[in-house]
Design a binder for this molecule. Structure first.
Ligand code: ZN
Length: 322
């Protein structure tokens, strides 16, 4: 299990807990948000290095979401928080405004390794709300929050240091963090739900933002569909694969190289294939404890009946049904 992704997601969760009583991603009523935006906007966090880092992280999010948004710091006092508003008001024409509390920023930036990733996750969540504004989704409900978590996972999934893990280890981290203290489950979802949607979003990291947005919505509406992975596929690079069922597991075999793999379903429409090291007899090799040696893994996201997106550490490719 790789700890990097766990750190990121654990950091996001920790962040939610650490500001107990204050929904860190709350959306204010328009007049309240407007007051904040008009009266309390700052272009600098007060630390030029942090400013530069935020700018560095902000640019790809704005680019991926294709947003013309404004971003400010503000003094969040004893209520560490960040907020998004669709209303540009006196700030001119834009898709919306995100404001990040300086105390929240300092608290997380200097907390521990995962804190910086939590900041990026919060930024992505907030800008996802601006994307929702742009796409005319104005209700304020749990679905919208979980959708923003989905899009935050989608952004985090694209970061170079983001690695695969599984949902079970994630849940363990949650329990260690004491998930009962979540303050705003009714509006934001419970920890398990939030983790689920962040994780789901990360699986769809290879889609363009508009498609990911729609897929996220379909997940929340329960209309995602349940697609079949079995059959023959061809990747963009011309490799052919056959996926077939055997002994209760899904086995997946390269038709060209004959690498032995197995794939387990880890989520509806999401499979994880493991590649095993082979011995000189062409059988899967085992370590001194008798365990199969895994040399790579690949996430297979079945987008529809004819398309799979395969993501590994080496990159992604699209498979189409033969
Ligand atoms: Zn939110």
């Amino acid at each position: 299990m790789n700890s990097t992704k766990l750190n990121i997601l654990a950091a996001l969760l920790f962040l939610s807990i650490s500001v107990h009583g204050q929904c860190y991603l709350r959306e204010l009523p328009t007049d309240e948000a407007t007051d904040l935006v008009n009266g309390n906007e700052e272009r600098s966090s007060g630390n030029i290095q942090i400013d530069q880092w935020i700018q560095f992280e902000l640019n790809p999010i704005l680019q991926i979401f294709n947003l013309n948004s404004k971003f400010f710091f503000y003094d969040d006092g004893d209520n560490p928080n960040a907020l998004a508003t669709c209303d540009c008001n006196s700030s001119g024409s834009c898709d919306g405004i995100v404001k990040f509390g300086k105390n929240l920023l300092y608290q997380e930036t200097y907390s521990y390794n995962g804190g910086r990733d939590a900041v990026i996750g919060v930024l992505a969540h907030e800008f996802a709300h601006i994307l929702q504004c742009k796409r005319q989704w104005f209700d304020r409900d749990k679905k919208k929050e979980l959708h923003a978590d989905f899009m935050a996972g989608y952004i985090l999934g694209q970061k170079a240091n983001f690695q695969f893990t599984n949902i079970a280890s994630f849940a363990n981290t949650l329990f260690q963090l004491g998930s009962d203290s979540f303050s705003d489950e009714a509006s934001h979802g419970n920890p398990e739900e939030r983790v689920r949607y962040m994780t789901l979003g990360s699986y769809y990291r290879s889609l363009n933002a508009n498609d990911a947005y729609d897929v996220g919505k379909r997940w929340l509406e329960g209309t995602i569909g349940n697609y079949n992975i079995y059959g023959d596929w061809q990747s963009t690079s011309g490799n052919k694969f056959r996926v077939f069922n055997q002994s209760g597991n899904t086995y997946y075999q390269s038709l060209i190289t004959g690498i032995t793999t197995s794939a387990a379903q880890i989520e509806q429409n999401v499979f994880r294939a493991l590649f095993y090291q082979m011995n000189q007899f062409g059988q899967p090799a085992r370590d001194m404890y008798g365990n199969l040696i895994i040399i790579d893994q690949i996430d297979l996201v079945v987008v529809d009946s004819r398309k799979i997106i395969a993501s590994s550490r080496q990159g992604t490719s699209v498979w189409t049904r033969l």
